[in-house]
Design a protein around this ligand. Structure first.
Ligand code: OSB
Ligand code: MG
Length: 370
């Protein structure tokens, strides 16, 4: 494929309900989209960073800069046999994985269409249905959280994950287990604790949690290994894992028993497959994390979740939980059994709504020929 043209746009998408984590509350997403053209075929990618550098160092502004000044100039006008060939080129840039993933994943979509394959098949996926959970943010009251859980359980979701932080944890689990003794329940701390909280974290064990996600520092592996030796609940790493090498080290150190893979955080499909393979070789189950993606990133997540090691329900859920109107047609829907059927048509299996995207775009830059 010869990359002839790249367009980057930033869109604004208000969430139907605010999303709050231990690092802050989001009400409206700013999403950078990449549209790439090669040999007359179009592929889309999404930068999955947050608005502020709180989950990771990346923001829409840094992604725009890295794409415009490095990734696009390095690839435009060049011929690549397959999408994975850009990954070694991009490795020269340290970090900025979400910017890299947006362009690389757009090229994977072009490759899938050239091969006449659904994106999931193109990346080596084997499942034709994926299992879905939900991630529920911190609410204004525990009652409001319990109502949200009731709604999602009734909708069929297979696993409920709640965001926690000091002051919104044991008290919340107690009320959840009182009302929903048997649901599959996880929690995500987004680095809200330290080893000084060890005795407190030990008390999480009584609530039969499937896992606790990233309790400690966002770059840490060593302290998580220490914590995992001290608690019964399985630790799942999110923020600390950016590559297959990170995954290998975390597993060798005993820092976690589960890993969450986010396409953006690890830098795109090529790296995601490598993380998946390392975990599979060590019998570490993986699942697909979410970053409040628009339909484009969501469709990529569906494809990734079809790799055989994705044995736990992910955070990939229905479009309507986030948006009054998504930017793809059809929107992502979830069955009453809490599953998403994987598209079987070539490419993404969802059509980006260019008119709507143009309407909500606040800036756009194009590179290369028309
Ligand atoms: O840690 O998984 C996380 C959203 C923003 C930043 C970090 C995280 C999340 C989620 C949302 O949990 C998952 C979703 O997209 O629904
Ligand atoms: Mg997380």
């Amino acid at each position: 494929m010869k990359l002839d043209r790249v367009e980057i746009r930033e869109i604004r998408l208000p969430l139907v309900h605010f999303f709050e984590t231990s690092f802050g509350r989001t009400t409206e997403r700013r999403i950078v989209l990449v549209r790439a053209e090669a040999d007359g075929i179009t592929g889309w990618g999404e930068v999955t960073c947050g608005e502020e550098p709180f989950y990771s160092h990346e923001t829409p502004e840094t992604a725009w800069h890295i794409l415009r000044d490095f990734l696009v100039p390095w690839t435009l006008g060049r011929e690549f046999a397959v999408a994975a060939d850009v990954a070694p080129l991009f490795q020269r840039i340290r970090g900025h994985n979400m910017a890299k993933a947006a362009l690389e994943n757009a090229l994977w979509l072009i490759e899938a269409q050239q091969k006449g394959l659904p994106l999931a098949k193109c990346i080596g996926g084997t499942l034709d249905e994926i299992n879905c959970g939900v991630s529920i943010g911190i609410q204004n009251t525990i009652e409001a959280l319990l109502e949200k859980i009731a709604t999602e359980v009734a909708a069929g979701y297979q696993r409920i994950k709640v965001k926690v932080k000091p002051g919104w944890d044991l008290n919340v689990f107690e009320r959840i287990r009182e009302r929903f003794p048997n649901i599959v329940l996880s929690c995500d701390a987004n680095s809200a604790y330290t080893l000084a909280d060890l005795d407190h974290l030990k008390q999480f064990d009584q609530f039969r949690l499937l896992m606790i996600e990233q309790p400690l520092h966002w770059e840490d592996i060593i302290d998580h290994a220490r914590l995992q030796r001290e608690i019964k609940t399985s630790i799942c790493l999110d923020e600390s894992i950016h590559s297959a090498d990170d995954a290998r080290k975390a597993i060798e150190a005993g820092a976690c028993r589960i890993i969450n893979i986010k396409l953006g955080r690890v830098g795109g499909f090529t790296s995601a497959r490598q993380v998946h393979d390392v975990c599979r070789a060590h019998n570490i189950p993986v699942w697909c994390g979410g970053m409040l993606e628009s339909g484009i990133g969501r469709a990529h997540n569906i494809a990734m979740s079809t790799l055989p090691g994705f044995t736990l329900p992910g955070d990939v859920s229905a479009s309507r939980r986030y948006w009054s109107e998504d930017i793809i047609d059809p929107e992502v829907t979830v069955s009453p059994q809490g599953t998403i059927r994987v598209p079987q048509t070539a490419g993404l299996g969802f059509t980006p709504k260019l008119d709507r995207i143009e309407k909500i775009a606040v800036r756009k830059e194009a590179f290369g020929s028309r």
